[in-house]
Design a protein around this ligand. Structure first.
Ligand SMILES: Cc1cc2nc3c(=O)[nH]c(=O)nc-3n(C[C@H](O)[C@H](O)[C@H](O)COP(=O)(O)O)c2cc1C
Length: 305
């Protein structure tokens, strides 16, 4: 049975990919995901310069999922190199995706150019965080023309394959994906968090997140993520890293049937800890055995037939 996947000419040992922002700050924590079965990892989104992010509290869980306003904190992209080297020396054959963003297109391109020179296999452009204020006023991925312009500018500056990470917070994600593909994107990652949303402490009578609002992820957004991936698959030919609300193996299989070639694993870690990766892979394997599939790629897009 073949669980490996070739996406953008890169060999992924299995379809699970650590989603950006979860455990992605150090090379050692990225390598620990691989030790627990994860096929590939995505680093935390980095900007050109160091960013403090939002004040605490920044992450809350609630029965439907997780709301966060971390605010894309982290070191600058140049300083990030060391952690990528640590990961690559521990896991040379597991793909590493470097996630970047920018306050404006000029900074985004410079950040991507630096990331391209790091030991990463692929870049992911985070056009879709709903809880940061940048100079563009709203996430790039809410606008088809801005998505195309930013993708094209980055593609001219880098050599490695580029995945564009899209937002569910738009009326027509299929159209946005089409614009990204036409502008040269090699893959689509979908989705980033939904919202923004808000939770209120009824005793202090105030929003709980210091930033008041945050992006919503986790179990509750699964049907939105599945529908977004389904719409994107209908509209583009490039591969999709299906992300959002995957909390077990059945969710992962649904995501592949909607059209995902790879699976972004985030919230599953909140529910199952590091056991999540092997739990998902084992379920995919047993489902394939029961249903007579021999190659995991056979699952991709089945819900469209
Ligand atoms: C605490 C937290 C931090 C995140 N940080 C990033 C980030 O740095 N870059 C990014 O592209 N997405 C980030 N995300 C979004 C996730 O990668 C993912 O797209 C989203 O949470 C949906 O997947 P999930 O339902 O499995 O969590 C973050 C999500 C959470 C909960």
């Amino acid at each position: 049975m073949n669980l490996s996947v070739n996406v953008c000419g890169i060999e992924f040992p299995n379809p699970t990919v650590l989603a950006s922002g979860y455990l992605g700050v150090t090379g050692a924590s990225l390598a620990n995901c691989v030790k627990h079965g994860c096929g590939a990892v995505t680093g935390k989104t980095l900007f050109l310069e160091e960013r403090p992010g939002h004040p605490n509290p920044t992450v809350l869980t609630y029965p439907g999922g997780i709301i966060n306003a971390v605010g894309l904190c982290g070191e600058g992209v140049k300083e990030g190199r060391h952690e990528f080297e640590v990961f690559k020396s521990a896991c040379p054959s597991n793909p590493l995706i470097g996630s970047v963003a920018g306050k404006n297109i000029k900074e985004l391109v410079e950040c991507a150019r630096i990331m391209d020179s790091h030991p990463v296999d692929m870049l992911e452009l985070n056009f879709s965080c709903p809880n940061v204020d940048d100079e563009m006023g709203r996430p790039i991925a809410c606008d088809p023309l801005m998505t195309a312009q930013a993708t094209e500018a980055v593609k001219k500056a880098v050599k490695k394959p580029v995945a564009v990470k899209l937002s569910p917070n738009t009326a027509d994600i299929g159209l946005i994906a089409k614009h990204a593909e036409a502008a040269g994107a090699d893959a689509i990652t979908a989705i980033n968090t939904v919202g923004p949303g808000m939770l209120i402490d009824i005793y202090t009578r105030k929003p709980i997140l210091a930033n008041k609002v945050g992006g919503v992820g986790g179990q509750g957004i699964k049907p939105i993520a599945i529908r977004c991936v389904y719409d994107i698959y209908k509209n583009v030919k490039i591969p999709i890293i299906g992300t959002g609300g995957i909390s077990n193996g059945k969710d992962a299989i649904e995501m592949m049937m909607a059209g995902a070639s790879l699976l972004g694993i985030g919230s599953a870690l909140a529910y199952h800890d590091m056991k999540a990766f092997n739990m998902i892979i084992d379920k995919i394997r047993s489902f394939m055995e029961e249903e007579g599939f021999t190659d995991v790629a056979e699952l991709v897009g089945l819900a469209h037939e």
